[in-house]
Design a protein around this ligand. Sequence first.
Ligand code: PA5
Length: 475
Amino acid sequence: MNFRNKDWRNSMRLSVDYNYMMKKFIGEDGFKDAELNEMKEMAADAFDYVAENRGKGMMGWTELPYNQKEIVEDIIATAKEVRRKFKYFVVLGIGGSALGPNAVFNALCHLHYNELAPSKRKGPKFYVEDNVDPERMAALLDVIEPEKTCFNVITKSGATSETMTQYLIINDILTKSLGDKASENIIATTDQVKGNLIKLAKQHGYKTFTIPDGVGGRFSELCPVGLLPAAVLGLDIKALLAGAAYMDGVCNKPSIAKNPALACAVLQYMAMKRGKNVGVMMPYADSLKLMSDWYCQLWAESLGKNVTLDKKPCNVGQTPVKSLGVTDQHSQVQLYTEGPFDKVVTFLSVKEYRKEVKIPHGCEDIPDVAFLGGHTMNELIAAENKATAYALAKAGRQNYTIWLPQVNEFTLGELMYLFELQTAYAGAMFNIDTYNQPGVEAGKQATYALLGKKGYEAKREELDSAPAAEEKYIV
Ligand code: PA5
């Protein structure tokens, strides 16, 4: 990948087309230029807040494109060894410790990667296990050989029940079959000091990568959380980071007209203020399908808050919805076009797909089918994307498009960094703590209590004394 060449980098620049957010194009529900202008000051304040705080507190993620030179070399060397030794690579993690690795895998590897012959894959078979559904764990064990598998246990806190459950199961299996050598099949990615995983890693001598201080789960894809799995897959992680750094550079101005992440944040903020409580993320590429999952966590967990930084009650946030073009044109778009005016649709559109598939001529006596012949699937998906954006606009529905020239490591790094910055700016506009997740912690604590973890007796009592379910409400 030619990311060291400036012209190439510029040819890969992402852009945001928000014409269909504007009154001029969609009518009543759109924004006027004057309304966007009124946002200038708030946008500049949000920009300044992020610029002043970058690298500090929980904003360590801003520096990841720049401060990992040695770690990247270690990751690349480790990944090479993993590819040499193992037939399977399994990520054990949840939330921010799983969604990024899975999104990058989906975006940059063959769409049927695991079914490819080993000679056609750059790395081992790859799985991301982010649930404690017993059927899923059993299914995984049906298709892998644990002794030939490298398990990457990822947890920032080192305390998440789901991930530690998976660890207990896998460690037990490995220890029974490999004895002391079990530790060679486990790589820990976790906090340097906090939590249980780091203690276990030290005790068993696991190869360990650190999730830096100041990098929370959902902002961790560009640290070893995402970089190791990507490198094991044979992906160019230096290009991924270079893409992120490039987007950082693109977004270095406090102006909506020049900074695409700031523009997205402002558009979404204004939309939310007008009651657009649903944000649909709709890539027109199967490769970007799981980017929506990653984005949904980032956007929902960061912005869904009930108190401002100065402790004033608020209930802010926007419900992100995953959608896929063109598939969901045949399932959800009816609602987006004619249902309530409560949504903003973000399209992720690709200028140049990595493959071209021609549609052969045929069925000449059936005009409704014959017109497709001679075109390509590329033309068809592009036309459907354009048509859907237009149809939404015509129905007065706000939508905008993030254009990716291609899907590759560099543009993916750009996209992820853009979304992270957009989220940081939006959080600053709402004056909330973008980086905490008390709502997630509450659920974690209730689970500890229900399963009898020491120290959670009071919580258990609270749960036990909650009103019992009434039969009359069960049908
Ligand atoms: O964004 C977050 O911090 C969370 O969603 C976490 O990623 C998730 O709860 C998993 O936590 P951990 O990585 O500590 O196991």
